[in-house]
Design a protein around this ligand. Structure first.
Ligand SMILES: Cc1cc2nc3c(=O)[nH]c(=O)nc-3n(C[C@H](O)[C@H](O)[C@H](O)COP(=O)(O)O)c2cc1C
Ligand code: SF4
Ligand code: SF4
Length: 417
């Protein structure tokens, strides 16, 4: 029997699927609708100093038939009065005492942070998320990613928060930094109970070719914004795994970035997360996508003979190695299933012009042939092929022992025995 309940750094929720701090958590109306739809938790749209938003404020990258493959915003934190937000948070907690309600906060001075924490605890929030990630507007005022990019400052502010908070504190990290582990370790030193990542990535999604203005356009001008949606998932997965695998990093991780389906959730868990958060997919398709997350995720656990979401945590992350520790004697070659091939020859063109000239076209046949002796096993043709499982990469046992770069005869720095 699958049990989706989670206890994330002391924050309990009926499942690990949370709404990320963003427009879907602007109001009590939305959060209660989301909880009724099946979401286990919600990180409220960031509370802080009064701000004014621009119009327009979203950009998007539409790629071929996929709308909003990437999404970008130049929106700031909540533009609603703190009192209105707090009153609605109290109502949510009253109606949904067993769901996770997390207050996302962004303030400047220590007193402001302490005041914000007290006021949120008074309305019954289950935890805090510190927004050190907003990559536009707020960072110009010394907050958001200006904090997340400076580990010493992030550590200091986290320690201020921990002086006042009696509820668990999650630090939300910015990906706009060279080494995510420096940021995560700073949060840990500051006393954080968990981290979440990623916030949005610095970006310009495109230019209007008629007006020659970048998007989103605000009176003839624009500003760089924060990138998110399916396109950022690989970056987020890598950063989650980097933190999970760091030997000194011990905190639980809430994974964010491009999650749309149950399989995306599984991937974040396998890379080290123990809850996940979603924004763009809900802005695109609505709260109802949580049904797929719950059903698909539970079915996967069942198929794998596992009982709890955290049984998955980190399994794939532990299979990441430094490049130099990979086996240079491991060898795969491409294999074409002639019954599935539609003779489009895309694989031939890709290998001929973009790889290793290891596919030939034979007179009288439109089906390409792999030149096995030449194929280096780069995978390009299998990625290009439009037919599922038509090109597979087959491993060849050459009877050679494992050989890594430090021991390779071509390595000039090889330590000889
Ligand atoms: C329009 C918009 C507004 C956002 N506002 C906030 C915010 O107020 N606080 C915050 O921590 N993150 C904010 N985010 C970032 C999201 O919480 C999330 O980290 C990011 O979008 C990546 O997740 P996704 O790919 O599922 O969208 C915002 C994102 C979007 C698209
Ligand atoms: S795996 Fe690479 S080298 Fe081999 S046939 Fe395909 S594209 Fe060519
Ligand atoms: S890309 Fe795939 S379908 Fe097209 S010719 Fe090559 S093997 Fe056949």
């Amino acid at each position: 029997m699958i049990d989706l309940n989670v206890n994330f750094a002391g924050i309990k929720s009926p499942n690990p699927f949370w709404l990320a701090s963003a427009p879907p958590t602007n109001t009590g109306y939305q959060v209660m609708k989301a909880f009724r739809s099946g979401w286990g938790g919600a990180v409220w749209k960031t509370l802080g100093q009064p701000i004014v938003n621009v119009s327009s404020r979203y950009g998007a990258l539409h790629y071929r038939d996929k709308r909003m493959m990437g999404f970008n915003n130049i929106e700031l934190i909540t533009d609603r009065p703190l009192e209105a937000n707090l009153a609605e948070m109290a109502e949510v907690k009253k109606n949904f005492p067993h769901h996770a309600l997390i207050a996302s906060l962004m303030f400047e001075g220590k007193e402001e942070w302490h005041d914000g924490i007290r006021r949120c605890e008074d309305v019954g929030v289950d935890g805090f998320e510190l927004n050190y990630g907003c990559p536009h507007g707020m960072c110009e005022r010394g907050m958001g990613s200006a904090v997340g990019q400076n580990p010493a400052v992030a550590e200091k502010i986290t320690s201020w928060v921990k002086e006042a908070a009696t509820k668990p504190v999650i630090v939300k990290l910015t990906p706009n930094i060279t080494d995510i582990t420096a940021a995560g370790l700073a949060a840990q030193r500051g006393g954080a109970d968990a981290v979440s990542l990623i916030n949005t990535i610095n970006s310009v999604t495109g230019i209007d070719l008629k007006t020659m203005e970048p998007n989103p356009r605000v009176g003839g001008f624009s500003s760089h914004g924060g990138y998110c949606g399916p396109a950022v998932k690989p970056i987020a997965l890598n950063m989650v795994s980097e933190l999970y695998n760091h030997p000194d990093f011990k905190l639980p991780i809430s994974g964010i970035g491009g999650i749309e389906t149950w399989a995306d959730c599984v991937e974040f868990f396998l890379m080290g997360a123990s809850t996940v958060q979603v924004c763009t997919a809900v802005m695109h398709y609505g709260f109802r996508i949580v049904t797929d997350l719950i059903d698909g995720f539970s079915n996967y656990l069942e198929e794998k003979g596992m009982r709890r979401p955290t049984d998955l945590t980190g399994i794939a992350a532990k299979k990441l190695r430094r490049w130099e520790n990979l086996d240079l004697n491991y060898k795969v070659i491409a294999h074409i299933d002639e019954k599935k091939c539609i003779a489009c020859q895309l694989c031939y063109i890709a290998c001929e012009d973009g790889a290793h000239q290891s596919i030939r076209l034979n007179p009288g046949s439109r089906i390409p042939e792999i030149i096995e002796d030449h194929c280096v096993g780069c995978n390009l043709c299998s990625h290009v092929c439009p037919v599922e499982d038509c090109i597979t990469m087959v491993s060849i046992d050459r009877g050679l022992p494992k050989l890594t770069w430090p021991d390779h005869p071509k390595n000039p720095l090889r330590k000889t025995a």
